[in-house]
Design a protein around this ligand. Structure first.
Ligand code: GEM
Ligand code: ZN
Length: 375
């Protein structure tokens, strides 16, 4: 038996792998950070007997309350990811699995590789209406890329989607793949009509360094990008600095920031009700957008989510709070679960890459219905 994580997005440390029925593993912290929860590793030379894989430091991970009810995902071909028997005893996350093939991958959620990210950006750029722009470099020297889709124009709105500030939240980039695939689909009337009313700036991966490094929540310097929006710097958070600079150049009429949540087993959005300038107009925009999503798909709900910020108490270092305040626009954080959307559970898959892509497509419909009322 051989266990490794030396690959794009890999994260595990082998403590003891002598006995396949009692394997001891640890998740490695984000570099220069105490955050850890994302795991992604490969078991090779596996015999067709039950393997018990114990992640022995799960109890002290960043969001340990996310482990009860969670099931790990596994894949033989790195394309199809399925849930496997998993339990949490308060300290260890215990994965019990009998491999059918020699080699099997395990992860916290379906991984989204840097190569797939590059493939997707370069496939999208082939569309006539799409420009692939590099805003600058991350601390490890990777590109911060934005897809500009559509053209600016008189009366047209500027819509921004950003995703994966937190690299372990890979569902965010799956969501973006679904959204962008639909937006560039020339056979899709909703998308074509939407592009008559708006130009889109889309950042499928805000944190490529953290993604490749197998981080949960931070960039190469151990910085949580979603706490940098009030005062980003090229030294600590070039990812935020460069995107925010572009936003200030072209403006923002709607911003969606796409994330995943470790604990709450539903899809939801989080508004910016605590920002100083929040008013009835912004509340109406939020309420209408959520009502549309509820009408469009049962994969969305608005009963469960984060506690609301009291008036004037919003943390303006958080992306959608800073954008909502700076641009007086509709700005929402989208949250998808690492577990399942319990309003419409799928026992085999839980929440998945495919369902994230479909949800991205459904958000495009909601944007189509509000784009004329954003200002
Ligand atoms: C969340 S967004 C923060 C939401 N909190 C409040 N008070 N509205 C984060 O960055 O912690 C997004 C995420 O990590 O998924
Ligand atoms: Zn997040």
């Amino acid at each position: 038996m051989h266990i490794s994580a030396k690959f794009d997005g890999g994260n595990i440390k082998v403590i003891d792998a002598e006995d396949e029925r009692n394997i001891a593993l640890e998740i490695v912290k984000d570099h220069q950070s105490d955050f850890y929860q994302w795991f992604h590793f490969k078991l090779a030379n596996a015999r067709p007997t039950e393997h018990v894989l114990n992640i022995v430091n799960a109890g002290n991970s960043a969001y340990a309350d996310g482990w009860p009810g969670y099931r790990a995902v596994a894949s033989y071909d790195r394309v199809y990811w399925f849930r496997v028997p998993t339990e949490f005893d308060g300290e260890k996350l215990i994965i019990s699995f009998t491999p059918e093939y020699d080699s099997v991958y395990f992860a916290y959620f379906a991984p989204y590789s840097y190569e797939r990210h590059q493939d997707f950006l370069h496939r999208a750029q082939l569309e006539a209406n799409c420009q692939l722009q590099v805003l600058g470099e991350t601390l490890d020297g990777r590109e911060i890329s934005v897809l500009k889709i559509g053209q600016a124009g008189e009366g047209k709105r500027v819509v921004w989607l950003t995703a994966r500030q937190h690299p372990g939240e890979t569902m965010a980039e799956w969501f973006m793949e679904g959204f962008i695939d639909r937006l560039i689909d020339k056979a899709d009337g909703v998308a074509r009509s939407l592009l008559d009313h708006a130009v889109f700036y889309l950042v499928p991966n805000m944190n490529p360094d953290g993604s490749v490094r197998g981080h949960l929540r931070t960039n190469a310097a151990g910085v949580n990008l979603n706490r940098e929006w009030a005062d980003p710097s090229m030294a600590k958070s070039p990812e935020v600095y460069l995107v925010r600079k572009k936003m200030l150049e072209v403006g923002v009429d709607l911003h969606l920031d796409v994330h995943g949540d470790e604990s709450i087993p539903v899809n939801f959005v989080d508004g910016c009700e605590g920002i100083p300038s929040y008013d009835q107009r912004q509340k109406t925009l939020e309420d209408n957008f959520k009502a549309l999503l509820l009408a469009i798909t049962p994969e969305f709900q608005d009963q469960r989510g984060y506690d609301k910020d009291a008036p004037g108490t919003a943390d303006l270092s958080i992306a959608t709070n800073w954008v909502g305040e700076r641009f007086k626009c509709l700005a929402l954080t989208i949250e998808m679960p690492f577990k399942d959307h319990d309003e419409l559970p799928d026992d085999r898959m839980g929440w998945s890459d495919q369902r994230s892509r479909v949800l991205g497509r459904d958000f495009l419909t909601a944007i189509r219905h509000v784009v004329g009322k954003l200002r």
